[in-house]
Design a protein around this ligand. Structure first.
Ligand code: G3I
Length: 300
């Protein structure tokens, strides 16, 4: 193939980008999006603060802009994210206990129901594990409602949209380490107990090195019977950037259940990071990292 999306499709994968609704009026941005990608995720527009700014009042306008742009062009859509400790509306930050649990599950139900049939994969829960060596859950208002809040979220999401693949998504889980092993143990437990989970997202916000066991880590999750997806890929600019993009791409292609890669933005100037971590420069020109990724998709 001659584009990321077409080349990934030849390998039975998608290649997506995080999109910001306010950039859909930028013609250079949209030209690249429509040419190169066959999947999108909303960078912020489907988060709790965006979709339920007041309790029980739902706003889907910006999410809809992204979903409609994608679906009218045959792109699939990742949903990000139903529950997260960050980017909660103020009213939810001020709840706790049963009131928060009920509000959170209602949020999952309402948002997943609204988008039912239009979402390929939902990040049902994002970033629920702590960094560091002990493999613990992250402390948050949601965690303080009880350790079973993740089970409840996945069950509610399944009931609301039985066709969507339900993912757990996190960062610093890209190699085999205490945090990724804690996620692994949760997924294994969910499969054993029948909690509905279909996929694990590896954000892959990377610096100047890639863990040597990156592919092995994806594979051990796949061996639990879940899909794996690279969900927020970006890589620090530097001598290794192109090589790391290529290695991540090869790792996904080498794992049968790795179904797609999403980069967290299009041009460096669209990124949340300031170290030029994406595949296109601020002028929309393809970088060496782009060529390395495309070549990796087309190899073999
Ligand atoms: O919407 C307000 C706008 O009204 C206001 O004028 C403006 C002023 O700064 O802020 C806007 O909100 C910003 C929002 O992005 C939308 O642009 C927030 O300040 C800003 O904090 C927020 O950052 C996002 C961040 O998540 C929040 O945690 C980034 O764009 C987004 O790329 C980033 O994405 C996360 C994933 O969801 C989860 N994984 C990590 C990843 C990177 O942090």
């Amino acid at each position: 193939g001659t584009t990321l999306g077409a080349s990934a499709a030849e390998k039975g994968r998608y290649f997506g980008a995080a999109v910001a609704a306010h950039r859909l009026s930028d013609s250079q941005y949209v030209t690249i999006l429509d040419r190169e990608f066959n999947s999108v995720v909303a960078e912020n527009e489907m988060k709790w603060d965006a979709t339920e700014p007041q309790q029980g009042v739902f706003t889907f306008g910006n999410g809809d802009r992204i979903v409609n742009h994608a679906r009218s062009r045959g792109m699939s859509v990742r949903g990000h994210t139903l529950l997260w400790h960050a980017q909660q509306p103020g009213w939810a930050q001020n709840l706790s206990g049963g009131a928060l649990r009920n509000a959170a599950i209602n949020h999952v139900t309402r948002v997943a129901s609204y988008y039912r049939g239009r979402i390929h994969s939902w990040d049902v829960v994002n970033e629920a594990f702590a960094d560091g060596g002990n493999g613990a859950r992250r402390d948050s208002n949601l965690q303080r409602t009880g350790n079973d809040w993740i089970d409840a979220a996945f069950r509610a999401a399944r009931a609301a949209d039985p066709g969507a693949r339900l993912c757990y998504n996190d960062y610093n889980t890209d190699g085999i380490n205490a945090k990724s092993t804690a996620v692994y143990n949760m997924v294994r437990d969910f499969k054993a107990r029948g909690v509905p989970i279909d996929c694990v997202g590896f954000q892959s916000h990377l610096g100047t090195t890639l863990p040597g066991d990156y592919q092995a880590n994806l594979q051990r999750f796949a061996d639990l019977g879940v899909e794996v997806q690279i969900t927020e890929l970006d890589v620090a600019q530097g001598a290794n950037q192109a090589n790391i993009y290529a290695a991540v791409t090869r790792a996904c292609l080498a794992v049968a259940r790795c179904t797609g890669i999403t980069v967290w933005g299009i041009r460096d100037s669209d990124s949340w990071r300031d170290d030029n971590p994406l595949l296109f420069d601020a002028n929309g020109t393809r970088k060496p990292a782009y060529t390395a990724t495309l070549d990796a998709l087309n190899a073999g």
